[in-house]
Write a protein that binds this ligand. Structure first.
Ligand code: PLP
Length: 493
């Protein structure tokens, strides 16, 4: 027989231990399930519903800022993290907890080990949260001129965060790898002052791709952590942590939540990441460290509403990414044969120079257990780009003529969306930056959604046909949408 706890504080700690044990058992049980089952249930078991959530079969939205405590002992134990707590929603909230654990399990699917996740207010916040702790001053070497190494073909916002916010404003050297398929270039840029290596694959919009295993080996050989933006691949096609990467960042906004309801991000990490810089606490469980310390103090966390919307969208992730990928392949093949199209970049096409490499990495998760496939199946996602023959003018005319495909700076939607990166997502990085990342003015990024691909092809065909037609010049007399414009911002200030 166990002795009863000596004090009220001990009783709380013991109750917390019992909860932790039963949650641990639930975690072990769900980890034995397939990807789809994890995406549907996560940690939200029937027991979790009955014990803590009034039996609600769907994870409740805890639209709530903080938690009440029974007494001073419980409050003290909670705020020193001796017992689990939803103390204050900037730090912890049950809706976020269910979302974070599901995503941690999906990014860690197939890993012999554990992952954890810290949700953030956006993908850009996730990138800042994942990288900034590695860029702190080393008290033992206060004058060290530190650097980090990144693929130059990154999302436009990432390029700005690295080149302006970190390099220009803070004096941290950002070393862009121009040709990420060239391992010697990676090697030449990593040195004893390198704090992390960062890569986006497949990149948005260029679909750059590199030999992830080899880059991880290079970085880990000199104890440098590897951070990967897995927004475009999603854990359905690629799980960088399973390959050995230390940290994954996600713009949850995109493919993970194809509905487009809101902005969200996440940092997912393995336990005991490789890094010669950083405290034991930071390295042993990086995402949990972020959650309980830097993010508590900096406050870039997600709202419970967006966590629940994101969680709900992720339940069918595998079948969605499969559908979107198959549709994209058909649209890419159609564009490849179109006379008004100069070039199509899609990793799934044999003509793409990185196709063979991508084929080694991008697989539809669990295809072997799928009654429809029963064997490993390559899928290449739903991001592609194409270049319109004749340059910028014809590109804009084609773009303006689209009727079904939405003109927007967005990707990962269940609706097909197109953008011209040079005038939108990658406008800020300037001509030189765009040249380095190979983003010419006639490049169109296209993300194919869940429509029937024949209808997407028909829209592209008529829009490409409109290049030689009459130019429409009608603009609205007044703008029906508000928001930030340079004119309105100037009026405001
Ligand atoms: C959109 C995007 C981001 C930024 O995410 P937000 O949620 O918009 O902040 C980062 N990386 C990639 C690859 C993206 O497409």
């Amino acid at each position: 027989m166990t002795t009863p706890p000596a004090t009220r504080l001990d009783a709380y700690i013991e109750a917390a231990r019992n909860t932790a044990i039963s949650r641990r058992l639930e975690l072990d049980a769900i980890k034995k399930c397939r990807f789809d089952t994890i995406a549907v249930h996560g940690l939200y078991s029937m027991r979790e519903a009955l014990d803590f959530n009034q039996g609600a079969i769907i994870e409740p939205l805890y639209m709530c800022s903080s938690q009440a405590y029974r007494d001073a002992d419980e409050m003290a134990a909670a705020l020193t993290y001796q017992i689990p707590t939803w103390c204050y929603a900037r730090i912890a909230n049950p809706s976020l907890y269910y979302f974070e654990n599901t995503l941690a399990l999906l990014e860690g699917y197939g890993l012999d080990g554990e992952t954890s996740c810290c949700a953030t207010s956006s993908g850009m916040a996730a990138i800042a949260c994942a990288t900034d702790p590695f860029l702190a001053v080393d008290p033992k070497r206060p004058n060290q001129r530190i650097n980090f190494v990144s693929t130059c073909q990154v999302y436009g916002g990432t390029f700005q965060q690295f080149a302006i916010r970190k390099a220009a404003e803070r004096g941290i050297e950002c070393r862009f790898v121009i040709n990420s398929a060239d391992l010697d270039e990676w090697k030449s840029k990593i040195d004893e002052n390198t704090r992390f290596v960062y890569g986006e694959m497949p990149s948005n919009p260029g679909q750059a791709f590199f030999d992830l295993d080899a880059v991880i080996d290079l970085a880990h050989a000199v104890e440098v952590p590897v951070i990967i933006d897995n927004t475009v691949g999603t854990p359905v096609l690629l799980r960088p942590i399973v390959h050995g990467a230390d940290i994954v960042v996600q713009s949850v906004t995109k493919t993970l939540t194809s509905s487009g309801f809101g902005i969200a991000g996440a940092v997912i990490s393995r336990k005991n990441i490789v890094s010669r810089f950083g405290s034991d606490e930071m390295l042993s469980d990086f995402a949990m460290y972020l959650k309980t310390l830097p993010n508590r103090d900096n406050g870039q966390n997600l709202s419970p509403m967006n966590a629940i919307l994101s969680l709900n969208d992720m339940r069918t992730l595998r079948s969605k990414v499969d559908l979107f990928s198959r549709n994209t392949m058909r649209v890419a093949r159609f564009l490849e044969d179109h006379p008004k199209v100069e070039r199509v970049d899609y990793l799934g096409l044999e003509s793409h120079p990185l196709h063979a490499l991508a084929k080694q990495y991008l697989f539809l998760v669990d295809a072997v257990y799928d009654a429809q496939y029963g064997t490993p199946v390559n899928r290449y996602g739903h991001l592609m780009s194409f270049r319109v023959a004749g340059g910028e003018g014809p590109t804009r005319r084609m773009f303006d003529a689209l009727e079904r495909i939405w003109r927007a700076t967005d990707l990962g939607r269940v609706k097909s969306v197109a953008t011209i990166p040079a005038i939108s997502t990658h406008q800020q990085q300037g001509e030189e930056g765009r040249e380095m990342a190979d983003i010419p003015p006639n490049l169109v990024r296209l993300c194919v959604g869940g429509e029937h691909p024949d209808d997407v092809k028909a829209d592209l065909d008529q829009a490409l046909g409109a290049i030689d037609g009459k130019v429409q010049t009608q603009v609205p007399a007044a703008f029906s949408v508000g928001g930030a414009s340079r004119a309105s911002l100037e009026n405001d200030s």
